[in-house]
Write a protein that binds this ligand. Structure first.
Ligand code: A3P
Ligand code: MG
Ligand code: MG
Length: 377
């Protein structure tokens, strides 16, 4: 693809000359009052079946069936003979979210007339999770592609070279351990509110239930979707997303050092992922090296920031949220041209500032023709 110079003709330059070239990630800059984050509202949901086909309904939603406190689940069971793994070499970009938008346009409030969506940003929850954890990330960078269409900014992740290399060179042990999280879900979830889990069934990671929420961070109106593991089976539980439960697995904790690492690294990612869509509970299965679940513990998402307060020099939710808010402001000042064929590629590597480059009709273009065509009707 052709890279457009940021200093090209000033009258129709892709970015205004006044736009900053980079954004700092230094924590101190973001350690200020907690920004406004409106209670996320579920505006819809969708399902992906065992063949990764899209349905604008809740057919893949599962129900939490609380396990015993020390269940002894064997997470290795079925890895060889009852596992269908999603092909993670297939890049779906924002396609499922865009399909949901086309099928539910009336539910996304409108701005000027019927065409434009009433939000500033459309993305996946997982992309926002990466932004929230950026001030504390020291290992993995990211690439986020942004295009503007009818006033709305769409953010879609691009796999980095490092991430691709890691994905293509996983050890057999790592490959198996990635299955354990999904196997735990199978042990803890039923297909019906009154049903029981079926540990003898097949684990198919193509299947997913996703919530679509709308909220506001500072002045940024957001619409994003994220996968939800299960819901409270009690029909009188609060309405979504407050009835949703996130499931996690983690290595069992024996030493103070292990507990400290769990607080510093794992709880940051767990908190960011569940706080964004307003999922209030996280059920954790702690497992040994052999994949046996030795204990199950429930965490309140809102309680995590208190749990970590005794850690020296620990992460702060306000730093995460202010960085995300300032990044979105940065994107708004940089991305001025409303053209789905232009991609502003924001990139970040640990210990560096966020920077960007501009690409026209390149491999990075991600808004599909079927979406642009239907949105302009
Ligand atoms: P665990 O997080 O319990 O290990 P999620 O927790 O987001 O619902 O994801 C379900 C499971 O998918 C994870 O369970 C893990 O097994 C796998 N998984 C999710 N994100 C991953 C990633 N970035 N790399 C490897 N595996 C991942
Ligand atoms: Mg999940
Ligand atoms: Mg989970």
């Amino acid at each position: 693809g052709e890279e457009t110079s940021k200093r090209a003709r000033p009258d129709n330059a892709p970015s205004p000359a006044s736009a900053p070239r980079s954004l700092s990630v230094r924590r101190q800059l973001y350690d200020r009052h907690f920004p406004v984050y409106k209670q996320p509202v579920e505006v819809g949901h969708f399902s992906l079946d065992s063949g990764r086909n899209f349905f604008s309904d809740a057919r893949q939603l599962r129900y939490y069936a609380a396990p015993r406190r020390s269940p002894g689940f064997d997470l290795r069971d079925g890895y060889r003979d009852r596992f269908v793994k999603r092909d993670d070499g297939v890049k779906e970009r924002l396609d499922h979210v865009l399909r949901w938008i086309l099928a539910n346009r009336s539910k996304v409030e409108c701005r000027d007339g019927a065409r434009a969506l009433g939000v500033d940003f459309v993305t996946w929850r997982g992309h926002l999770t990466k932004l929230l954890t950026t001030p504390y990330e020291t290992q993995e960078g990211w690439l986020l592609a942004v295009s503007k269409l009818d006033g709305t900014l769409y953010i879609s992740e691009v796999e980095t070279e490092d991430a691709r290399r890691n994905r293509e060179n996983r050890t057999e042990r790592h490959e198996e351990m990635m299955y354990w999280g999904y196997k735990f879900e199978q042990y803890a979830c039923a297909d019906d509110p009154h049903g029981s889990p079926d540990p003898d069934g097949v684990v198919n990671t193509n299947e997913a239930f996703c919530t679509v929420v709308q909220t506001r961070l500072s002045e940024h109106k957001l619409l994003f979707s994220g996968e939800v593991d299960c819901r409270d089976r009690n029909p009188s539980a609060p309405p979504p997303p407050a009835c949703y439960i996130e499931l996690k697995t983690s290595a069992e904790i024996h030493t103070p050092k292990q507990r400290s690492n769990f607080h510093r690294y794992k709880l940051l990612k767990w908190w960011a992922q569940s706080f964004l869509p307003g999922v209030p509970q996280i059920v954790a299965g702690f497992r040994d090296h052999d994949g046996k679940v030795v204990s199950v513990e429930t965490f309140q998402t809102s309680g995590i920031s208190h749990l970590i307060k005794n850690e020296y020099n620990c992460w702060k939710p306000t730093v995460c949220m202010n960085f995300c808010s300032d990044f979105l402001s940065f994107v708004k000042t940089v991305v001025r041209v409303d053209d789905s064929r232009l991609v502003y590629l924001f990139s970040w590597d640990p210990h560096r500032d966020v920077s960007y480059s501009i690409h026209r009709d390149s491999e990075y273009t991600f808004l599909p023709d079927w979406y642009i065509k239907e949105m302009s009707r």
